[in-house]
Design a protein around this ligand. Structure first.
Ligand code: GTP
Ligand code: MG
Length: 196
C-alpha cells in the first residue's frame, strides 16, 4: 500500500456529523495516551497530520483523514481518561460507542494496547463488547520500543491467554512503535488486503 495523498477532512462529535461518503473507514481506539494519533502519523508518514500530546485526553473529537482519495483513517478520542469530568467522559464514551455501532462504513476498528502493561479490565471489557456487537476489529500493541523482546513476547502471550478466556479465536494482532517506525508495513498491508 502506497500512501500518495492524505487530507484532513473534518472533526465531528456525532456520527451524523461525520463525512457523507460511502468510503471504507479504518478507525483507531484505545486508552488515552496509548499512541493512536502517533500511529496515524506513522502510517501516513506525516508527523503533523494528527495532533499528538504527552498529556492524555488530547484527541477529543472523531477526526477523518482521507487517504488516496479512496478511504479514511479515523482518529478517535481515548477512553478511560480519569481527569475529565464524569459528565464529559460519559458524553465522550457515548459518541465513540455511537460511531462504532452506527457507522456502516467502519470496516475495521484497530484497538491499541500499550505493550508495556498486562491486560487492563477496561481494555478487555471494551474488546469483549466489540465482539458482542459483531464489530470487525484487530489489536495493535503500541510503544514496543519501550520493551525488551522477551518481556514484549511475554505480555503479548498474557494478552492472548486473557482473550482466549472469553473467545475461541484471536483477532489479528500487530506490533508497532511510532518512535522506531515499526509496524507500518504490516498494518498497511492488512488494510490493503481488506480493501481488496
Ligand atoms: P489521546 O488523543 O490523548 O487519547 O492520546 P493518543 O492515544 O492519541 O496518543 P498520542 O499519539 O497523542 O501519544 C501519546 C504520547 O505517547 C506522546 O507523548 C507520544 O509521543 C507517545 N508515543 C506514542 N507512540 C509512541 C511509541 O510508539 N513509542 C514511544 N516511545 N512513545 C510513543
Ligand atoms: Mg490522540
Amino acid at each position: 500500500m502506497i500512501i500518495k495523498q492524505t487530507q484532513f477532512i473534518k472533526s465531528s462529535t456525532t456520527e451524523a456529523q461525520c463525512p457523507t461518503s460511502d468510503s471504507p473507514e479504518f478507525a483507531f481506539i484505545g486508552r488515552s495516551n496509548v499512541g493512536k494519533s502517533s500511529l496515524i502519523n506513522l502510517l501516513t508518514n506525516n508527523q503533523k497530520l494528527a495532533k499528538v500530546s504527552g498529556t492524555p485526553g488530547k484527541t477529543q473529537t472523531i477526526n477523518h483523514f482521507r487517504i488516496n482519495n479512496q478511504w479514511f483513517l479515523v482518529d478517535l478520542p481515548g477512553y478511560g481518561f480519569a481527569k475529565v469530568s464524569k459528565k464529559d467522559r460519559a458524553n465522550f464514551e457515548q459518541y465513540i460507542r455511537e460511531y462504532i455501532t452506527k457507522r456502516e462504513q467502519l470496516t475495521c476498528l484497530f484497538v491499541l494496547i500499550d505493550s508495556r502493561h498486562e491486560p487492563h479490565a477496561i481494555d478487555v471489557e471494551f474488546i469483549n463488547w466489540l465482539g458482542e456487537q459483531g464489530i470487525p476489529f484487530a489489536i495493535i500493541f503500541t510503544k514496543t520500543d519501550k520493551m525488551k523482546p522477551l518481556a514484549l513476547e511475554r505480555n503479548v502471550e498474557i494478552y492472548k491467554a486473557k482473550l482466549l478466556e472469553f473467545w475461541e479465536e484471536l483477532p489479528p494482532l500487530f506490533l508497532s512503535s511510532s518512535a522506531h517506525k515499526l509496524g507500518r508495513e504490516d498494518i498497511l498491508n492488512y488494510i490493503e488486503e481488506i480493501l481488496g
